[in-house]
Write a protein that binds this ligand. Sequence first.
Ligand code: CP
Length: 307
Amino acid sequence: MQELSVRHLLGIKDITHEDIQLIFETADNFKDVLNRPIKKVPSLRDITIANVFFENSTRTRLSFELAEKRLSADVINFSSSGSSVKKGETLLDTVNNILAMKVDMIVMRHSSPGTPHFLSRHIKANIVNAGDGTHEHPTQALLDSFSIRERYGEVAGKKVVIIGDILHSRVALSNIFALQKQGAEVMVCGPSTLLPKYIKDLGVKVELDVRKALQWCDVANVLRIQLERMQMKYFPSLREYTLYYGINKKMLDSLNKEITIMHPGPINRGVELSSDVADSQHSIILNQVENGVAIRMAVLYLLAAKG
Ligand code: CP
């Protein structure tokens, strides 16, 4: 059996193109399973997984939990709100107490960049990063690329623009790494205040004009404005952001070309995307969510095999 090159999935930066291909081929098989009347396999029936979330989530948390259940793993869920973290317990004590209950794998979301990397140096269990602050969100990038592959047959050679709040986005960084490893061309587009200063060092094109970006691309991955991470004003108002960077049907129709619209969710409807685009035939947003379960099944299955 082919193996991943890593014991933990901490970020796309740490994995190889071959790892990504292996995850996709494994996810293809699990997607077949998910389309059967009985959507369950016994692959991880001896494994216990803890979903440890220190930050809000809808898609990622439910998708991991469903992936674990479809693989027949035992699952426990930890949420920092309502936990003894509120009484002053450290992160490492919290995780070590969870592991003492014979847990094999930790799926972690945390608001501080590098938290799963820190844990990986102190615990034996496999760790999957479900989003660490503004750093990486590897399974999101994998399901995004998997969805592009599903739409076009391959990711190599595709032109993908990531639009919006790049500065505060872990999805952007993981997508840049994932797309480049697969041979796609990557552009970022947004107001200059929401583009990190070092962004060109990552080998991406930079465009401030969203119309030019849409003219260039095959795929537009539109990101949420992350108001909860903004300590200051990066643009005058949401209305002005929408005027310059919001994508609506009239704009897409005026381009006279086919573009695939993606969004990792949650969407600020009427801000970065109008509803007539989010719900249109251009959009593969719900395909991304569907594919997330198969991708996470593949990641958990392959990491469990590493022990
Ligand atoms: N895409 C994503 O990470 O969504 P959630 O924050 O709802 O998990």
